[in-house]
Design a binder for this molecule. Structure first.
Ligand code: HEC
Ligand code: HEC
Length: 278
């Protein structure tokens, strides 16, 4: 057997140590790796550090809210700002009433409050196809401040414990087979009732759909990539399907459907958006 020299052994020990130090560093970084955040938020959170929720942060958020958000969401958050009346037609929803604590875009189960990260994501990305702007122009610190102030507008955040995101299994690759399965589930689980057999949002149950606040709220045209408010990667769509959209007729399919069924459906829907994109 070959004998290792002392210097070789030392080198080996050195590399092992270096490796563990690097691993330790990586694991202690907040939102450091895509793997860690892959739950829902993936790229938007890489390198983002969470601001602590302090009274000062909430105060700063309040000042920002009064400058940027009141126009639509109103002083008290009821969704009755001075320009809110311009919205409310089908396909142009009214600003959310933030006093109710009911949210469409969550990583948490149906009926639960969103996480801070969910709110951060909505504020960062905005809601495509609606008047809710993306606020990437604000610093991350400012966006966290807005998250914390937004939470004070509804008493629910005080009384309900913070909700835990739904766990999502390993991604099933977007293959022809997976899309085909997804298409079958799309028919089987009645998505077509609202979204139509072709996905254009023209199913038999689509007529006159209203949201919780009695505003027109038609099903999304899944062929139109611009209409996806919560993102249109398979992972985003998985989230939409699993959690449903609070206040809209879009149901939550977790835990009724299995992880695998949800992935196939998400892959099929993502391919519809992709086709519409061409
Ligand atoms: C020009 C109008 C407008 C402005 C300005 C605006 N919003 Fe919105 N916002 C909307 C609309 C419209 C919706 C609802 C979209 C929907 O129902 O699909 C919404 C929804 C939301 C939601 C709810 C998302 C969910 O999951 O249901 C949050 C949170 C929010 N806005 C925060 C903010 C914050 C914070 C600001 C200021 C930085 C802001 N908005 C500024 C129009 C606006
Ligand atoms: C009872 C009617 C109904 C059924 C059934 C239904 N949806 Fe929806 N869905 C809606 C409505 C309404 C919206 C728009 C909600 C909004 O933007 O406020 C929507 C939105 C969506 C969106 C877009 C979310 C976004 O990010 O903007 C996707 C994707 C979607 N549905 C997929 C599905 C799939 C897949 C199924 C079947 C497993 C399904 N839906 C079943 C009513 C329905």
């Amino acid at each position: 057997m070959m004998q290792r020299s002392i210097s070789e052994r030392l080198m080996l020990a050195f590399y092992v140590m270096l490796g563990s130090i690097i691993a330790l560093l990586i694991s202690s970084l907040p939102y450091a790796t895509a793997e860690e955040t892959s739950e829902w938020h993936s790229i938007e959170f890489i390198g983002v550090e969470k601001l602590p929720e302090t009274p000062e942060a909430i105060q700063a958020g309040k000042a920002l809210y009064r400058k940027k958000c009141v126009w639509c969401h109103g002083i008290s958050g009821k969704g009755d700002g001075p320009i809110a009346f311009q919205m409310g037609a089908p396909g142009n929803p009214r600003p959310r009433d933030l006093t109710k604590g009911m949210y469409k875009f969550r990583s948490t189960p149906s009926g639960k409050l969103p996480t801070d990260e969910d709110l951060f994501l909505t504020i960062t990305r905005g809601l495509s196809g609606t008047s809710m702007p993306a606020w990437r122009g604000l610093t991350e610190t400012q966006r966290w401040q807005l998250v914390y102030y937004t939470k004070t507008l509804s008493g629910k955040f005080l009384i309900e414990p913070p909700a835990v995101p739904i766990e999502i299994g390993r991604e099933i690759p977007l293959t022809y087979e997976s899309r085909k399965q997804g298409r079958e589930f799309y028919i089987k689980f009645q998505c077509w009732q609202c979204h139509g057999t072709s996905g254009r949002g023209d199913g038999p149950a689509a007529v006159d759909q209203k949201d919780e606040w009695n505003n027109p709220n038609p099903p999304t045209n899944l062929m139109n990539p611009e209409e996806y408010k919560g993102g249109r990667s398979p992972r985003d769509i998985y989230r939409t399907l699993a959690t449903g959209l609070g206040g809209a007729s879009m149901p939550a399919f977790y835990p009724a459907l299995s992880d695998e069924q949800l992935w196939h459906l998400a892959n099929y829907v993502a391919s519809l958006a992709e086709r519409g994109n061409r």
